[in-house]
Design a binder for this molecule. Structure first.
Ligand SMILES: NC(=O)c1ccc[n+]([C@@H]2O[C@H](COP(=O)([O-])OP(=O)(O)OC[C@H]3O[C@@H](n4cnc5c(N)ncnc54)[C@H](O)[C@@H]3O)[C@@H](O)[C@H]2O)c1
Length: 330
């Protein structure tokens, strides 16, 4: 069995990891019907959440353990850390245990850009970003791989997070426009990514501020558990909704407050050409991203196929598999 640390994963470098992430994710969305899927299991506290995210095909079973603790940065810790496990379906034996913190950021950015590829204007130039925490640079990196972004308008309520973002973006050749509010960010944007971390029903800007923006694509990644949303409900009511897996998003996403049947498309339907990407009739399209286990499966598949990490013996290895007690013999 392999142990794969964040350092091992980091040695790949962002370009290689991201290219693989988009390719593996697209391949797995193209064979969505082969997967055994379920909404994730969550245990909530007032200050955070713990989630288990399983997904399997006929060769491998995977799950990710992930938290979200918005108060952690004040303690010098990440809001979100994650661990993954991939097992062999034939025997049930685990093949690898890995850090998924970095890969969560990468798979989320890969999913965002896959959604944008189908749902945003191809000539999108102005990117809006609300929330400049840990995910933000990955999100920007991903959009810049696909779109001719010339300008980024951004806001975070934490000035230090805005300064960090500005430092990390220095020398990137894009115009950086620091804003004082969400309503200021959304002026004239083609793509908007919202990625704040607050366990509350937040309204980052008014629907009226974007109502007339033609062909706007909103990639909302921060509203991802019950009672944790980012957008004006009027906007959600008036947008075309695209989700990863409706059974999960209806409890966790921006759509959790919508009443009645919610018209929606799932990403795999668009990737497989069963539903259209952006059409002439579409105004605002909202990708109501909450994070789905299939994307984590795809990331663990990369690690497994690349064969990186260190061998470690955790499980018992026995001459006679019925003689488990022999392990305790002196
Ligand atoms: N959809 C997915 O697949 C997915 C994957 C990973 C993370 N997430 C979510 O994305 C969000 C961001 O994650 P992160 O790792 O960057 O978190 P983070 O804590 O590093 O950054 C979040 C930022 O949001 C800012 N913020 C909080 N409330 C705000 C408000 N009301 N207005 C403006 N700024 C505000 C904070 O100051 C912070 O800088 C989290 O909510 C996380 O749960 C979703």
């Amino acid at each position: 069995m392999k142990i794969i640390t964040a350092k091992d994963i980091g040695t790949f470098g962002l370009d290689a990891l991201f290219t693989d992430a988009v390719r593996f994710l697209e391949e797995d969305l193209a064979r969505w019907q082969e997967f055994k899927k379920s909404a994730r299991h969550a245990i909530h506290y007032d200050h955070g959440v713990f989630e288990l995210m399983p997904c399997a095909d006929n060769a491998h079973y995977s799950y990710k353990y992930v938290n979200a603790h918005p108060g952690n940065p004040a303690l010098g810790k990440l809001s979100i850390v994650a661990l993954g496990m991939l097992a062999d379906v034939a025997t049930g034996y685990p093949q690898l245990v890995c850090d998924m913190t970095l890969l969560t950021a990468i798979r989320t950015a890969a999913m965002s850009v896959l959604a944008a590829k189908h749902l945003a204007k191809p000539d999108s130039k102005v990117l809006g970003l609300i929330g400049t925490g840990a995910q933000s640079e990955f999100q920007v990196y991903a959009m810049r791989q696909m779109f001719p972004i010339t300008s980024i308008r951004y806001y975070d309520r934490d000035e230090a997070a805005m300064e960090k973002f500005e430092r990390n973006m220095q020398g990137s050749g894009v115009e950086l426009v620091a804003c004082k509010s969400g309503d200021e960010v959304v002026q004239g944007v083609d793509i908007l990514t919202t990625c704040i971390c607050e366990k509350a029903r937040v309204k980052l800007f008014d629907y009226a501020s974007v109502k007339d923006t033609k062909q706007l694509f909103i990639n909302a990644i921060g509203g991802d558990c019950p009672g944790k949303t980012e957008l004006d409900i009027e906007l959600v009511r008036n947008a075309r909704i695209v989700v990863e897996f409706f059974e999960q998003t209806k409890y966790e996403g921006e759509i959790q407050y919508l009443e009645g049947d919610v018209a929606h498309d799932e990403m795999w339907e668009i990737v497989q050409g069963m539903k259209p990407g952006r059409t002439e009739r579409d105004g605002i399209i909202l990708f109501d991203s909450v994070g789905f286990a299939l994307a984590d499966f795809s990331m663990m598949r990369i690690l497994h196929e690349r064969g990186i990490g260190s061998e470690i013996e955790i499980l018992p290895s026995l001459e006679n598999p019925k003689d488990l007690i022999s392990l305790l013999r002196p």
